[in-house]
Design a protein around this ligand. Structure first.
Ligand SMILES: [Zn+2]
Length: 420
């Protein structure tokens, strides 16, 4: 059985999917449960049906397209990714894993392969935190990593997640979303690297061994406002300057963690009242900290807490921190890493092991299933921008490695035999 990827068809489908966007090309903006997201989902579901996959959706909109195996009593395996895109993003983040996963399945069908285990292609809801402020909403719910009550507490534009998803056509209780452990024997996600390593080293495939542990929090600074002309410098308790000093402290702490794997970003700074002639009385920072070593990341978070308290005391302001999330890192399953490497070797593709610094739905799927990720190079490591680009050959190589990996895990006598 030799699976062959129809690279031209896959490119055409990526083009069509990119056309469902709130911004003109090359930018892609597709916010979960918005009109473009729903149109993109309808398009994808039509492709799933064309491939004779059986589609079902859960109450949060996670979509499962199944190729039924010869032995449906065995736990299925799965692949998939997301199709939502942050404002002004590119066309390959997530979509390569969805359409590449579909093409991998079609390639196996064309090659006459019969899977012993069923193979699911999963389209995860809201991997991006754009609308509800929390990333990987769909996979988080599947893995019970977030309580189903978020349906009421998460809001967007004054409406709850429950209201928004029901009007988008996804009714039912979020309590029905979580999967039981063992629901899948394996999960493999194909994704662009979103970093420069593969391109720089001229390597075809990155075999992910771990996904960094992300944490994020909001920091509110409360100082004293006043007239920009009247309040003298010694009397000021400027909330912005305290926030600025805290942001610099965050940078210094991340830089001195002892590892390049520690990264910290202050990506949002909002000031109140935000007028040129007014001393800022309040400031809000949104901070993201990541590491593959959870203990080191948590030390960094603690150091940030201490530094912000010290700065606040010295400047006569108060700070309050509100955690958004703090997830543990994921370690990929050796069986799946072996299967991906085996596929690369059989195809004569250059590959290397690497960690993922960005998080993905795999971070949460790894809690309920042995998980692995296949990375392909993207130009200059750029992502979340309109000029995000992955070459058609690179995408086809990723899809063929995915096809071979799925075949290995789903076949009778394959590597997947020892899995649940
Ligand atoms: Zn992604």
């Amino acid at each position: 059985m030799i699976a062959r990827i129809d690279a031209e068809r896959l490119q055409g489908e990526l083009d069509t999917l990119a056309s469902f966007s709130d911004h003109p090309p090359p930018a892609v903006t597709r916010v979960v449960f918005g009109d473009m997201d729903l149109r993109a989902r309808a398009y994808l579901k039509s492709l799933f049906a064309d491939a004779s996959l059986i589609v079902h959706e859960d109450p949060v909109g996670n979509t499962f397209a199944r190729w039924t195996g010869a032995n449906p009593s065995l736990a299925p395996i799965a692949t998939g990714s997301h199709c939502d895109a942050i404002p002004n993003a590119g066309r390959f983040d997530g979509t390569v894993g969805v359409l590449g996963g579909l093409e991998a399945i079609r390639a196996l069908q064309r090659a006459g392969f019969t899977p012993e285990r069923s193979i699911d292609l999963i389209l995860f809801t809201s991997e991006e935190p754009t609308r509800f402020g929390i990333g990987c909403l769909g996979s988080r719910l599947l893995a019970s990593a977030v309580d189903h009550l978020v349906g009421e507490t998460l809001t967007s534009g004054g409406q709850s997640l429950n209201q928004i998803r029901s009007s988008a056509g996804f009714p039912g209780s979020l309590a029905d979303v979580p999967l039981r452990g063992g629901a899948y024997a394996a999960f493999v996600e194909l994704h662009i690297e979103q970093g420069p390593i593969l391109e720089r080293e001229r390597i075809d495939i990155g075999v992910v061994t771990a996904i960094a542990a992300p944490a994020s929090f909001r920091l509110f600074v409360e100082g004293e406002g006043g007239h920009a002309g009247a309040v003298l410098m010694p009397d000021r308790h400027d909330a912005f300057l305290a926030a600025a000093e805290i942001a610099l402290a965050i940078e210094a702490i991340a830089r001195s963690s002892g590892s390049n794997d520690t990264v910290a970003t202050t990506g949002v700074c909002e000031l109140f009242p935000g007028a040129i002639n007014s001393v800022p009385s309040r400031a809000r920072l949104d901070v993201d900290v990541r590491d593959i070593d959870e203990a080191r990341r948590d030390r960094v978070l603690l150091d940030i807490e201490r530094a912000s308290d010290t700065i606040a005391a010295r400047r006569g302001v108060t700070v309050r921190r509100e955690p958004i999330n703090a997830d543990p890192p994921a370690h990929c399953a050796p069986t799946i890493v072996d299967a991906i490497e085996g596929a690369c070797n059989a195809r004569g593709l250059r590959h290397r092991r690497m960690i993922s610094r960005a998080y993905h739905d795999s971070l949460f799927m790894s809690r309920i299933a042995p998980t692995g990720m296949i990375f392909i190079p993207c130009r200059d490591g750029i992502s979340h921008r309109p000029d995000e680009y992955a070459a058609p050959e690179a995408i086809a190589r990723g899809a063929v490695v995915l096809a071979d990996t799925l075949a290995d895990l789903a076949a009778e006598g394959g590597r997947g035999e020892g899995l649940v």
